[in-house]
Design a protein. Structure first.
Length: 191
């Protein structure tokens, strides 16, 4: 049996039917999304087997669990912006939700690093990117510790809680990931 990589007591795992039910319940709770991703009840409705409308053939979703297999959150990836020419010029765009009781732990950082490792190991992706609220990036130094680099600011790109918010574009390239691996960065020096 293969042991999945772990980091800081967290690992990625398949999103089983039991976890899908738990996730659907959590996604209908505004506290799961706050402070930066609550858009109102119309967003996503009641997720079913294909949570949030992700076409699984073109992306995926994994659970984030702790060392006791407690469900901590989820990571997902979809084809990102198409940079022209062939489909190989498309990046993975990722998102994640870490449940409120696990925020302010190392779960978010571990989930991102493990996802980057997973996608760069199992796909031909050259780039993994995300747009995240600029206020979240300002509050956290954790993004840089994952290997993500800030690439730009998208002004007033997200409507949330009655006003427009700036978003920051973050990305990691395969060569950044390979350099981090060669320097012994996580998850390769993790348990």
């Amino acid at each position: 049996m293969m042991v999945e990589p772990s980091l800081d007591g967290y690992r990625l795992a398949p999103l089983t039917p039991v976890l899908q039910v738990q996730l659907a319940e959590r996604l209908n709770d505004p506290e799961t999304w706050k402070p930066y991703n609550w858009f109102g009840y119309e967003y996503g409705g009641t997720p079913g087997g294909n949570l949030q409308g992700i076409p699984f053939g073109e992306g995926g979703m994994l659970a984030v669990v702790d060392e006791n297999s407690a469900f901590v959150g989820q990571v997902q990836w979809v084809p990102g912006f198409w940079y022209g020419g062939a489909n190989r010029n498309r990046a993975w765009n990722f998102g994640l939700i870490i449940f409120p009781e696990y925020q302010r732990t190392r779960a978010t950082r571990a989930a991102m690093i493990l996802l980057f490792d997973y996608l760069f190991t199992h796909t031909t992706a050259h780039r993994i990117e995300a747009a995240t609220p600029a206020a979240a990036v300002k509050r956290s130094q954790g993004f840089e510790s994952t290997g993500l680099q800030r690439e730009g600011l998208m002004r007033k790109a997200q409507w949330r809680e009655g006003e427009w918010h700036d978003m920051t574009l973050l990305a990691i390239l395969r060569e950044d990931w390979e350099r981090r691996r060669s320097e012994g960065e996580p998850p390769h020096d993790a348990s």
